[in-house]
Design a protein around this ligand. Structure first.
Ligand SMILES: [Zn+2]
Length: 133
């Protein structure tokens, strides 16, 4: 590939990694794991790969498979584990540890519901796949 062609790819937001062209849209789409044989899990896939029917793999998607990953993933979609907390909580948790008014268990199941409500929604990649740098 010549220099000009490479520059064009960069200009379109694509990223060239270790010789292979990996297309990064910079946005992710939340998918139900069960559609990909991973029941009970969620998949965050690069929107470009998903919309263009590319096979999802470790370069263009992330598997969210443990309960402990739910609050973090949900937070990236706008979930706030402490939004319904009252005093004395000041939002001191990311949802994986108890805060002063609620348990991590409550927040993890709430995060799971939040993810279920946001399936197929797109959001900016906060860095799971390197973002769109
Ligand atoms: Zn709280």
């Amino acid at each position: 590939m010549d220099r000009k062609a490479k520059q064009n790819l960069y200009a379109e937001g694509m990223k060239i990694l270790s010789g292979a062209i990996v297309i990064r849209s910079g946005t992710l789409i939340l998918l139900p794991g069960e559609d990909y044989g991973a029941k009970g899990c969620y998949i965050l896939a690069d929107t470009y790969a998903y919309k263009n029917g590319k096979p999802l793999n470790e370069t263009n998607s992330i598997l969210i498979q443990t309960d402990w990953d739910y609050p973090g993933a949900a937070s990236n979609l706008g979930y706030d584990p402490c939004s319904d907390c009252c005093e004395p909580c000041k939002g001191e948790t990311d949802g994986t540890v108890d805060c002063s008014t609620r348990t991590a268990g409550e927040m993890i199941s709430e995060a799971r519901e939040f993810l279920d409500d946001h399936l197929y929604k797109e959001f900016e990649d906060p860095g799971y796949l390197g973002g769109n740098k």
